[in-house]
Design a protein around this ligand. Sequence first.
Ligand code: SF4
Length: 229
Amino acid sequence: MKKSKDDVVAIVDALKALYPDGICSLEYKKDYELLFSVRLAAQCTDERVNKVTPALYARFPTLQALAEADVSEVESYIHSTGFFRAKAKDIVLASQILIRDYGGKVPDTMEDLLKLPGVGRKTANLILGDVYHTPGVVVADTHCIRISGLLGLTDGTKDPGKVEQQLRQILPPEESNDFCHRLVLHGRAVCIARRPQCQQCVLRPWCDYFTKNGGESPAKKPKEKKAST
Ligand code: SF4
């Protein structure tokens, strides 16, 4: 069911009231640390990434140190995040490119961000939203894709590019980045994949899934694929 502007604002406000700090759950101090933490979070939890990054950034405290790092040593710090060889290679190479081509700063355009190794639209959007506070940013991660579809904010597509496009058309631009972070929080706490807690959900009044199914869990749906980064 197509959502009215009032419904969208109501959903945005309800999530805002529930999760006032619409922030990324990855911990970072510098722009490039967020970039690399997102890379490490591919096929891994943010919680695990937050456990390994303090030691990594203590051993390599600057971008220059990471650019000069031995890849196998970086691997040893990030081993538990999975796909550690590819991730370590990307981190060292991206550090070299950031120093060589961007004066040591993470670029602020989608075009330049996508040139960095291991960076896809999701990562680029996260940087644009969280580091540069660019309006209209939509980070279509797995929670965002799933819950937007259940609510009826999208047509139910699982394609991250289409979700990005459809949400961008209806969300207030200045709210969209935090909204996506809040959907992640909601997806972990309430609208949990395969066992959503509809009876405790503040979004029930506007949720297409809840309206159509009388609150029955969407648990029986096939397992969704994890979105790319
Ligand atoms: S009502 Fe249920 S399906 Fe809809 S957003 Fe809330 S938990 Fe998810």
